[in-house]
Design a protein around this ligand. Structure first.
Ligand code: PLP
Length: 639
């Protein structure tokens, strides 16, 4: 909440504290002395700071309308580098004798530009890919050029999938089939024999360890994928019988995404190591321990084990994994494995920002009231006026209860025809007047009654914003995921309003009314008043993981424009990739309309109107052009 500070004493540091940008921004985002959000993509060179208002100007100058998904490629590179270099540094510090290889799970962001950049930059670290379906495998095979990087094939595999993986192996790709269920082994062995190609095999195990967090069903005895201890033994026996135990070299598990508590990660590694050791003792030439995803992102910056946070640093994550593996395997004299992690969220979350403008605000202003009551007013109106007149700090709860009661009664009387439309309107005006006064007085109370606690939130302003929650932030809608959202300029001004955000889908779920806060979740966001003739821009940060392809076409609002920038050491930036958002014709064709036929039908409709002399031929031309322009246009609100 905003500190009570005189306007002139408000500083950009107050804004930084209010929006906790220095906590969740992990050095990538800050606020400039001008009060604008800046991107600082090089953690060791904070002088390079790109102002997001300059980026927006560049976007608009190039003809792109809001909303825009902005990708900052340097941040993606920096995350890959940081993960690898932290693992390397910790391995050196602990004298770990194995090595580290990361893979990017394509499911976390399948966009071609994203996966291409990860494989391009990741090549120096032999950063590989994880494919969980046939389409992802086909995408991976087109992008992964590095023979030393791993290609991990998870997911349900049919014959076509297995054949492609075997061909990849034949061509020298380090391609692992990870057995998700026992039945996959016979198919892999049959195709391997038929094609004469020996596979690389891994087993995914079901952990008994279960973690806290949102996606924890991925782990535990009842997880849908993975083999039980008995099934792992069966795999070993089958491979021995077939003389192919040398193919089994990798053990994999995935505890779940966004694991907030380091203890859970540690327990999982411990259990994984026991299984790994067991397989070594069975005679499998085990080399790789793939500990899956789980590395969390601190979305709310609280550094706690809350679902949207994590109570550990990357340093701690790497150190704990390496230490646990060494402790577990050294006592059994087992060589240190190559550690693979499948961190997708931590790799891509930071580098995308959804930028959008505010279109309008709806405010709860206290309504003007007549002096009243009038002698002709019905009793219900007189009662409401009386509540208004007796309201004081001492009876807030009582007046609130009475106002609610009389408001409901007024509605009932209206339904029965005993109150006119004007009388109902007056009753509601007095009701809102009372409620707003109660809300205003609450801050003077030492203890706020439970019933009234959320009253100020319910009366917050509504800022109508040019985006779709369902398309761009689906997790905020589906699983109440929290993303940092804040104004990207005017931060040298104290934000004097509290608001919730409504999108333009006209769906009652199309809103954001839960916001990050170090002490919990806030129901409103501090915002500025809108200014005439000046756009007000907000940003939703850390949206690079999962959001882009999970989003849907609710109300036929399509993909947003996407712009990627690259920042140079001298602080300049250039637009390196641009993808046009969906046009109206695009989204209509996704739901099986044919835009060509539609235009044709519309022309016929307009021609019929000309024949009926409702419009002139010139007007027909204008109207048909407007329809055609509409089909070509952006699906979002254009000024
Ligand atoms: N690996 C597998 C098998 C997954 O299912 C997932 C996603 O849940 C990941 C990796 C990515 O995990 P994270 O989101 O924690 O990076």
């Amino acid at each position: 909440m905003i500190k009570k500070q005189a306007l002139e004493r408000w500083s950009v540091q107050d804004a930084a504290d209010l929006y906790t940008i220095q906590n969740w921004g992990v050095g990538y985002f800050d606020i400039s002395s001008k009060g604008n959000v800046v991107v600082t993509p090089f953690p060791d060179n904070k002088r390079v700071a790109v102002d997001l208002t300059d980026v927006i100007k560049g976007i608009r100058d190039r003809g792109y309308a809001m909303p825009v998904l902005l990708r900052i490629e340097d941040i993606l590179d920096s995350q890959i580098r940081t993960i690898h270099e932290t693992f390397r540094a910790k391995m050196k510090e602990f004298a770990y004798k194995g090595s580290f290889k990361g893979v990017f799970p394509i499911k976390v962001n399948q966009q071609q530009q994203v996966v291409e950049e990860i494989t391009r930059f990741g090549e120096q670290y032999h950063h590989g890919l994880e494919a969980g379906s046939k389409a992802e495998l086909i995408a991976a095979l087109s992008l992964l050029k590095d023979r030393e990087a791993c290609l991990i094939c998870n997911g349900y595999k049919d014959e076509e999938f297995v054949d492609l993986g075997l061909y990849a192996t034949q061509m020298g790709v380090t391609c692992f089939f990870v057995l998700e269920m026992p039945s996959e082994l016979s198919l892999i062995l049959a195709r391997s024999k038929a094609l004469g190609i020996r596979p690389l095999i891994g087993v995914r195990i079901k952990l008994s360890t279960q973690a806290g967090g949102h996606w924890t069903d991925s782990g535990g005895d009842r997880s849908i994928f993975g083999l039980s201890a008995t099934q792992v033994v069966d795999v070993v026996d089958t491979l021995k019988e077939e003389g192919m135990l040398d193919c089994l070299q990798l053990l994999h598990y995935h505890l779940g995404s966004q694991i907030p508590n380091i203890r859970d990660l540690r327990f999982a590694v411990m259990e994984g190591c026991r299984m790994y050791a067991g397989l070594v003792k069975e005679g499998a030439p085990m080399t790789y321990l793939d500990i899956g995803g789980g590395l969390a992102v601190d979305y709310d910056g609280s550094h706690t084990n809350y679902t949207n946070s994590r109570n550990y640093s990357l340093d701690e994550y790497c150190a704990d994994i390496i230490d646990t593996i060494m402790v577990s395997l050294d006592e059994e004299n087992i060589p240190h494995p190559v550690i693979i992690t499948e961190s997708g969220r931590a790799t891509v979350a930071y580098y995308s920002i959804l930028l959008f403008n505010v279109l309008d605000v709806s405010r709860f202003e206290p309504p003007e009231l007549p002096v009243g009551p009038d002698s002709n007013d019905p009793e219900i109106i007189t009662n409401l006026f009386e509540v208004r007149d007796v309201l004081s700090l001492k009876n807030l709860q009582e007046c609130y209860n009475d106002a609610m009661y009389y408001r409901d009664e007024a509605r009932q009387l209206f339904k029965l025809g005993q109150l006119s439309l004007r009388q109902r309107s007056l009753a509601e005006k007095i009701f809102w007047h009372i409620i707003l006064r109660v809300a205003k007085e609450l801050k003077h109370l030492k203890f706020i009654p439970k019933d009234l606690k959320h009253l100020p939130d319910a009366l917050a302003d509504i800022y109508y914003c040019n985006f779709s929650v369902f398309q761009s932030l689906p997790d905020a809608w589906a699983i109440d995921h929290l993303f940092p959202v804040m104004p990207i300029h005017r931060l040298d001004e104290m934000p004097g309003k509290q608001g919730t955000l409504a999108d333009i889908t006209c769906d009652c779920d199309g809103k954001i009314d839960r916001f990050i806060d170090v002490h919990g979740v806030q129901r409103t966001l501090p915002l500025h008043d809108l200014k005439e003739d000046e756009e007000y821009y907000l940003g939703a940060f850390l949206v690079g993981a999962y959001q882009e392809t999970l989003g849907d076409l609710h109300n036929l609002l399509g993909d947003t424009n996407v712009v990627s920038i690259r920042i140079s050491e001298d602080g300049d930036f250039s637009f390196v990739r641009e993808v046009d958002g969906d046009s109206v014709a695009d989204v209509l064709s996704y739901v099986e309309y044919d835009p060509k036929n539609m235009l044709e039908d519309f022309r016929k409709l307009a021609e019929a109107a000309v024949r009926a002399k409702r419009i002139t031929p010139q007007e027909r031309g204008r109207i048909v052009r407007a329809y055609a322009d509409g089909l070509r246009g952006y699906t979002y609100f254009e000024r």
